[in-house]
Structures are given as C-alpha cells and as structure tokens.
Design a protein around this ligand. Structure first.
Ligand code: ATP
Ligand code: MG
Length: 445
C-alpha cells in the first residue's frame, strides 16, 4: 500500500522524525487515500508532546492544546498535529474527562471510532492497520474499534457518525455495530445539537442521503428528529403518492443535487404532513396547508438543531412555497418569482422537480410538462431582463417623493401597486410610464 502524501505534510513528518519522534498521517486522510477519494485534511499523529511540536515549527496555533492538538502552519496551510493519546473516562458521553498522552501509536489508534478511521501511514514504515481497517474497506463495512456498546457509551455521537460514514462511502454498518446502535440510541440525548447538526448535514450532502433510514431504523432520529419518525409512520392514501411521507422524503433527497440548503429543504419539505393529514369519507388523504405548517415546524426544528439564521430563513421560505404550482405563463411565473424571491426561485424549481420525481407516476407527464413550461418561461423572463421585484422597478420611493407623492405608508402601498402593474405588463417598467401611472392612481383615490 503506497499513499501519496502532500509535500507539506511529508515535510512535517520528516521534521518530527529528525528530532527523534514518531509521526504518521492518520484517520480520514488514510481512509480516503485508500478509497481513492480526495482527503479533506491531512491529520498527523505523533509521539511528540504539544510543547515539543511547537518548538520544532516556526508558526503554530494552539487549536486544542488541552487535547494535544497543535496546528502547524506551512505557508498558508494548517495541519493538525496531535500527540498520541488515550481518552480518559467519559462521564457525560460527550467529552473525555481528561486525555492522557502516551508513547504508543497502538493506544492512540485504539481510541478512534471505526476500523477504517483507525489506520496510520508513514512513507517508510507503510500502513499501520491493527484493527482490520483494510479488510473492512474491502468488505465495505463500518465497524467499531473494540466493543461497540462501550464505544457508543463513551461518545454517543459516534452512532450518528457510523450512519454518516456509511452514507458517504456506501458501506453497510456491520451487524454488531448496528445492533449496538439500536441498543444505545437513547444516549444520543446527551450529545449537543451543534455536533448532531454537523453529522446530519454531512449525511444529507453525501452520496446516499437516503441512508438516513438506518438512523430511523435504529432509533437515532427519534432522539434528534422525532418529526421524521412521524413521517415514516404516515401513509399517503392518494394517487399522487406511492410511499409513506418518510419514504417519499428519502426518495426526494436522492433526486436533488448534493447541496446543503437543497437537501435540508428536501428533508423538511413535507415534515408537517403528519400534523395536517385529513382523511375524507372515501378514505383519501389530504394534506392541505402542509406548506405553511411546514414552514413553522421546520423553523422550530432548525432552531433546535442550531442552524444559522440565513439557512433557517431560506429553508423555511422554500418549504412554505414548495407546493405552489403556477401556470406556465409569463405573468404567473413573474408573480411567483416575486413571491418566492429572485434568489430562491431557481432552488424552488429544483425542489419541485425532485418532489415530483419522488411521487407516484400518476399524471407524471402532465406534472413534468407544467414544470418544464415554468422553467422555460422563467428562462425567457431572465433573457428579457424583466422586472420581478422592487429592486429593478424603474422608480424608487425617492422618485415618487420627488414627483410630489407624500412619504409614509401610502408610498409603500403605491410602489407595490406599480410593481403589480409591471408584473402584469413588463413594458410599463420605465420611469416615465410609472410616474404617469402613479399620478393617475393618486388622482383616482
Ligand atoms: P471527515 O473529516 O472526512 O469528515 P474524518 O475521518 O477525518 O472524516 P474527523 O471528524 O475529521 O473525521 O476526525 C478525524 C479522525 O479522528 C477520525 O478519522 C477518527 O480516527 C478520529 N475521531 C474523530 N471523531 C471521533 C470520535 N467522536 N470518536 C473517536 N474517534 C474520533
Ligand atoms: Mg477530518
């Protein structure tokens, strides 16, 4: 096994070696190199103590010095160099109470979560694989180092990491490890929302976002996203659907590109369906208002998971309008762009497509043809540079004031009426015509 180590990382290993310390690249970069994936970062593990590492390099940052991590800066690039360590006891299933440094690489590898993440590599000594990581890569399985129940007791986040790596790599969670997930899932309660969010997002933007199903099967989603469990339990008796709400969500995730905002929106687009479901006298299910109810529920969930405000705002807005179906006419589409927002409208189109492809094939051709008509109308609106918001309206509030219209709330009202006229007839979007229209409007009042 030969791994191409970037020159700067190799230089750090060499400096440490020349000073008499052991040093290896370790963890994710070794795993990804073996899998022919581009490693995100090159982490280094060493027998040198943090102070000794710092003494050897000109520029270092104390990123996690209490855990033994020093970031070594080579030019503008940072490399995390961590002293071999044994994690002490975990009292809260969150953080090791204290870490102890060790002289043994084996001890350091033993504390790592999964066999595929517990390999180290050195250009001269080759691969150090003490727990069958290579074999598990061949078998395509995620397996804990050591006893999975103990490992998940130490740090409950590892459970979600198991599902996340499985989704990123297309691997199965090994049987004993999976059984431990089901047994220990309750412990996820002790994990902070921030850490859960990080893993959830990585899972969502992975190649197999539908592997979220494993998190559901093993009881993990019940702890951090019980609303999704409700979706898995909600059938949809309507010709438009062939899956439960939850299975529809999983399918829709696979129908949209791997983008954080798009996948988060897809995850939550139908999240309020269980709450608003009504069954009529013929036994058919209806989910009226699930868009606006979804907007509220998604906001609550995203805040609970500590998402940033910009993401919450965009996701909620997309969810609110995800089911809006304008006719494929220029005017309807302009109004729809205005309502959803110019920035979000292209995303809304992608969401509609994915949503549609995750439904039953009932009326699929008609649905696709309407959507394609909307997409075409939207492209033409862009090509013609038509106004779809106040931003590009040919008059501003100041123009109106200068023309003698009184400032105040009536001005906003007037602007939105002018915009309304322009959405109907884009040829009205000149300063001259709009000032004329404004004068006419205020006279008739
Ligand atoms: P990526 O960076 O691609 O998400 P990674 O494997 O590098 O994946 P990191 O979270 O960067 O994951 O962690 C680096 C390494 O540290 C892991 O490969 C693993 O060996 C170890 N590790 C990280 N988190 C844990 C944990 N919660 N429990 C045990 N070991 C962990
Ligand atoms: Mg990493």
């Amino acid at each position: 096994m030969k791994i191409e180590i970037p020159q700067k990382a190799a230089q750090i290993l060499q400096t440490l070696n020349e000073a008499g310390y052991e040093a290896y690249v370790v963890g994710g970069c070794v795993r990804d190199s073996i899998l022919n994936r581009e490693p995100g970062d090159w982490d280094i593990t060493t027998s040198a103590l943090p102070e000794q590492v710092k003494a050897l390099f000109r520029r270092t940052v104390d990123t996690g010095i209490q855990h033994g991590t020093v970031t070594v800066m080579i030019e503008k690039e940072g490399f995390e160099v961590t002293t071999y360590r044994v994690d002490g006891e975990y009292h809260d299933g969150r953080h090791p109470e204290k870490v102890t440094f060790t002289r043994s690489l084996e001890e350091d590898l033993k504390r790592r979560d999964f066999t595929i993440n517990a390999m180290a590599y050195h250009p001269e000594h080759g691969l150090v694989d003490l727990f069958g990581g290579m074999e598990d890569i061949d078998k395509k399985i995620i397996r804990c180092v050591g006893n999975p129940v103990e490992r998940f007791t130490e740090d409950a986040l590892r459970m979600l990491r198991a599902v996340r790596f499985s989704a990123q790599l297309g691997f199965e969670v090994e049987e004993n490890t999976k059984a431990a997930l089901s047994r220990m899932s309750g412990n996820l309660e002790h994990v902070s929302a921030e850490r859960i969010q990080t893993e959830l997002v990585k899972l969502l933007v992975s190649t197999h976002p539908d592997y979220l199903r494993t998190a559901w099967e093993t009881g993990l989603t019940r702890k951090f996203l019980p609303e999704f469990d409700a979706c898995m339990e909600t059938e949809q008796n309507t010709p438009h659907h062939c899956y439960s709400v939850g299975e529809h969500i999983l399918k829709s995730l696979t129908e949209i590109e791997a983008d954080r905002l798009l996948r988060t929106t897809m995850l939550l687009h139908d999240i309020a369906k269980p709450v608003v479901k009504k069954t009529d006298e013929n036994g058919r299910d209806h989910f009226k208002t699930h868009g606006s109810a979804g907007e509220k529920l998604a906001g609550k969930i995203l805040r609970r998971l500590k998402f940033d405000n910009a993401t919450i705002r965009s996701t909620c807005r997309l969810i609110r309008y995800h089911d809006l179906r304008p006719a494929p006419t220029p005017e309807d589409v302009r109004r729809c762009v205005n309502l959803i927002g110019e920035d979000l409208f292209p995303l809304y189109l992608k969401i509609q497509k994915a949503d549609l492809l995750a439904q039953s094939t009932y009326k699929r051709e008609e649905k696709l043809s309407r959507l394609n008509g909307v997409i075409k109308a939207y492209q033409e609106i862009l090509e013609r540079g038509e106004c779809t918001s106040l931003k590009t309206l040919a008059v501003t509030g100041n123009d109106l004031i200068r023309a003698g219209h009184p400032a105040g709330p009536a001005l906003g009202e007037l602007l939105s009426r002018l915009l309304d006229a322009v959405l109907k007839d884009p040829s009205l979007n000149t300063k001259e015509k709009l000032l004329f229209l404004a004068a006419e409007r205020s006279e008739t009042e």
